[in-house]
Each structure stands twice: as structure tokens, then as C-alpha cells.
Design a protein around this ligand. Structure first.
Ligand code: AMP
Length: 291
């Protein structure tokens, strides 16, 4: 007989692990943030012997019903739980109670990239390149699994305790093998094919990488305008210009220009981004850069 069945503690633990999660399995700590449809709390799970620190996302059923989110949420959870990558926040599981749905997420100690960007205005080329390289790796992994994120923006990027970038929020993601038509994502980051509401594919994430790289280096998105229609117009014309300050290298501008291309089939591939001279020269191979 194996030792597993002879150890009463282990037996008890295995029995516990088989039980579905419930709120009593967690000690709830401080609020970490508030999203469109729910709140996120720091929490410690009490079920395993390790007492892991996690982030617990709470979504009220009332909100799910009010905004008809059921299918979107179900899709988000089913896609996210199967993604295991160092630059993607892990979703460990979920459970419902009568009023809410709880998502058990990996805790990102460093908070939002957005907050860092707003605090310091714009990033150094080293930091921007490190984040773009990490993100390209995470997206290449997603695309390999036929998953498009569709909502890449600084607010959906978190940092772990060392400063490693982690993609979060798969609320707009989709698993697909053919082109889609749904209009989604955030205005400043919308690709032309989304603005025109024509079929789109993986290349919308590559467009968003170009917008993100620009915002990391200049502190503002490239097609910003006073009105929504103004932003749409600028996106459709690919009205791209590079301000003289802050000073940004020609190599970085070259990468951005090869991503913000109207014809989605002509955008630089994720593999080519990772091989781009600006990325090779500037990104930190550890994926950690806090300068
Ligand atoms: P969300 O509902 O996903 O937009 O999350 C709302 C806010 O909660 C985010 O903007 C973050 O500040 C925070 N947050 C979400 N997920 C995590 C996480 N896994 N670790 C730490 N903070 C998080």
C-alpha cells in the first residue's frame, strides 16, 4: 500500500482539495481595486497548508444580469483558466454564492502599469522594450491557443512583486479560428478594422501593441482627440506623428510604424517584434526592469 493512503493528514488534505471552493476558505484583506463590474480584494486561502495569498475578484449576480454578462463572463473564465504563462495572471478557479461570483486570481503585488505610467509620465526605452517583449511573448502564447485578447491597454497590465509584467482581464477575449465582427476593446486602442466594424483576427492585438509602445514612450496614446469621432477619424487615417519631446530613438519609431499599419495582414508579426533590433538592444531578458 502506498504511503499516500497511510497518512491521515494527507488524506484529509486531499479530501479538502476535492471540495469546491467557498468563501469560508478565504480570509479577506484590503480592497485592491474596482473594475467595471466588481471589486478585487487581497485574500489568503485557508484550505491548503501553504495559505497562499491571492486576489479575489467579486462580481455581483445583479450586475451580471443587468448587463447580460453571463456568456461573456463564462467565456472569460473558461479561456483564462487554461492559460499558463509567466506573463499572464493565473486564474486558479472560481465559485459562486447566491449573490456573487468569485474569481481566484494570482496576486500582482506591483499593481497596474497604468498607475506607474501616470506617476512618471513616460517610460525609458529599456522599460518600454522589456514590457513590449513580455507582452509579445504572452500574446504569442495566446494566439497559439487561438485566443485573441482584444483589450490590450495599460489598465489591463499588472506587475508582480519583482516588476514582471502580467496580462490580466480576459473579459473581451475570444477563442477563434475564423474572423470575428464584434466591436470591443477601448477607444484609443481600437484597430481600424474594429472602427469600421469589419472582420478582425489576431492582428488587432498587434495593433494594440503599437499603440501601447507609443503610449509607454510618449505618455499619451497616438490617436488621442477631444471627441470620440475625432479619435475614430485619426485611427482610420492612421494619423500618426511623433512629437519631438520626449526624445525617442528612430528604432522605436520604426517598430511603432510597422505595427500601426492599416492593412492588418501587413502588421509586424509577434515573432518579428521579438526579433526587432529595438527590442533586442533594449529589453531586459529577465523581463524585469524598474528603471
Ligand atoms: P478589474 O476588475 O480586473 O478591472 O480589476 C480592478 C482593479 O483591481 C485593477 O485595476 C487592479 O488595480 C486590481 N486588480 C485586479 N486584479 C488584480 C490582481 N490579480 N492582483 C492585484 N490587483 C488586481
Amino acid at each position: 500500500m502506498g504511503s499516500q493512503t497511510q497518512n491521515p493528514n494527507r488524506e484529509k488534505e486531499e479530501e479538502q482539495n476535492l471540495k469546491p471552493w467557498c468563501l469560508q476558505d478565504f480570509e479577506i484583506g484590503k480592497p485592491l481595486g474596482k473594475g467595471k463590474f466588481g471589486r478585487v480584494y487581497l485574500a489568503r486561502e485557508l484550505k491548503s497548508q501553504y495559505k497562499y495569498i491571492v486576489a479575489l475578484k467579486v462580481i455581483y449576480r445583479e450586475q451580471i444580469e443587468k448587463y447580460s454578462l453571463y456568456h461573456q463572463l463564462k467565456r472569460e473564465m473558461e479561456i483564462h483558466i487554461n492559460l499558463h504563462h509567466p506573463n499572464i495572471i493565473r486564474l486558479f478557479g472560481w465559485f459562486p454564492d447566491p449573490e456573487r461570483v468569485f474569481l481566484i486570481l494570482e496576486y500582482a503585488h506591483g499593481g497596474e502599469v497604468y498607475e506607474q505610467l501616470r506617476k512618471i509620465g513616460h517610460f525609458t526605452e529599456k522599460r518600454a522594450a522589456t514590457y513590449i517583449a513580455s507582452l509579445s511573448q504572452a500574446l504569442a502564447y495566446c494566439h497559439e491557443k487561438d485566443v485573441i485578447h482584444r483589450d490590450i491597454k495599460p489598465e489591463n497590465l499588472l506587475l508582480d512583486h519583482e516588476g514582471r509584467l502580467k496580462v490580466s482581464d480576459f473579459g473581451w477575449s475570444v477563442q477563434m479560428r475564423s474572423k470575428r465582427h464584434t466591436l470591443c476593446g477601448t477607444l484609443d486602442y481600437l484597430a481600424p478594422e474594429m472602427v469600421e466594424n469589419i472582420a478582425h483576427d489576431y492582428a488587432i492585438d498587434n495593433w494594440a501593441l503599437g499603440v501601447l509602445c507609443y503610449e509607454f514612450l510618449y505618455g499619451v496614446p497616438p490617436f488621442e482627440s477631444e471627441s470620440q469621432s475625432g479619435t475614430f477619424r485619426r485611427i482610420m487615417k492612421v494619423d500618426l506623428s511623433f512629437p519631438s519631446t520626449p526624445q525617442v530613438s528612430t528604432e522605436a519609431k520604426n517598430l511603432i510604424s510597422q505595427l500601426l499599419v492599416k492593412d492588418s495582414s501587413k502588421r509586424l508579426s509577434l515573432q518579428k517584434i521579438m526579433e526587432h533590433s529595438w527590442i533586442i538592444r533594449n529589453s531586459d531578458p529577465t523581463g524585469i526592469c524598474n528603471e
